[in-house]
Design a protein around this ligand. Sequence first.
Ligand SMILES: [Zn+2]
Ligand SMILES: [Zn+2]
Length: 286
Amino acid sequence: MNTYLFVWNPDKWDWVNLKPEDGQLNLEQSIGQLYETGKVVQKWSVASHKSIQIGDRAFLLRLGRKPKGIFASGFVTSAPFLSRHWSGENKDVYRVMIDFEVLLNPDIDPILGTDILNTGNLAAQHWTPQASGIAIKTELVDELEAIWFDFLTTEKIRFNPFSTLDGENRKIFTEGAQIQVPLTRYERNPYARKACIEHYGLDCVICKFNFQSNYGSVGKDFIHVHHLIQLSEIGKSYNIDPIKDLRPVCPNCHAIIHKRKPAYSIDEVKQLFKNALRTFPVLPTV
Ligand SMILES: [Zn+2]
Ligand SMILES: [Zn+2]
C-alpha cells in the first residue's frame, strides 16, 4: 500500500460531492453523511495516475486559505479515470474515487496544521504541493499515520470516528474473506494495525494460520485485526489501545467471531476451532 497526498483549494473549487447517487452535498452535508452512514466517497484529481492503485491510502490537505493542513483521510477505491477539469475548460484530468473514513471541516474542527507537518522528520515532505495526488515519501508514512492517529484520538473533534463509535452502521465492509467481515475504523486504521501486528505478529491468534507461509510472498503482511471491545461498550472517552484492544485474526476466524451478536470472544472461537478439529479431523489429500 502506498500513501498519496491530495489537495483541496477552497478558493478554486467549492466542495461538492459529485457522486450522483448521493446528490450534491457541500462539505458540512458530506460530514453529516459520513456520520450517519459511515460512508462518503469523493472523486479527486491525481497526478500519480500511473502508480496509484485501489486500496492505497489517501490524505487530503487544504491549501489556499487558512487554516491549512490535513483534514481528511481515507482509501482509494477506484482505478484512475479521465474526467473533465473543474474549471469547465475543455480539458480532462485523471481522478480516483476516495472513500473517506475521516472528514473534518477546517473552518469548524481542529485540523492537522502544516505547522506541525513542517516540523521534525515530516518536514522532508513538501506540504504545499502544486498538484493533487502525489506520493508521500515511504519513510515518512509511519510517522504521518502515528501523528494523524494521535491527533484524532486526542483532539476534541465533532464526530471523531476514533473516540466515539456508536453504531453498526459505521462499519466498513472489506473484501478478502469467504464471508464479508465488516471492519471497524479501528480495525482498518494503518497505525492501529501496525502497532497490533508488531506486538502479536502475523499469525491468526485463533487458528495460527499465516498467509505468507501458505501463499508465499503474495500473502506477506496480510491479516485482519479484530477489535475486542464491543462498540456498544464504548463510552465517549474511549481511546483505543492497539495492543490491549486489537488481535490479529485470519478473515475466516474473523468472520466466525462476528457470526454472533454480540461477537464471540477469541477464547470461544479458539474452543470451537479445537472441538471441530477433534470431531472432524481434516486429512490431507494427496
Ligand atoms: Zn484463523
Ligand atoms: Zn472484528
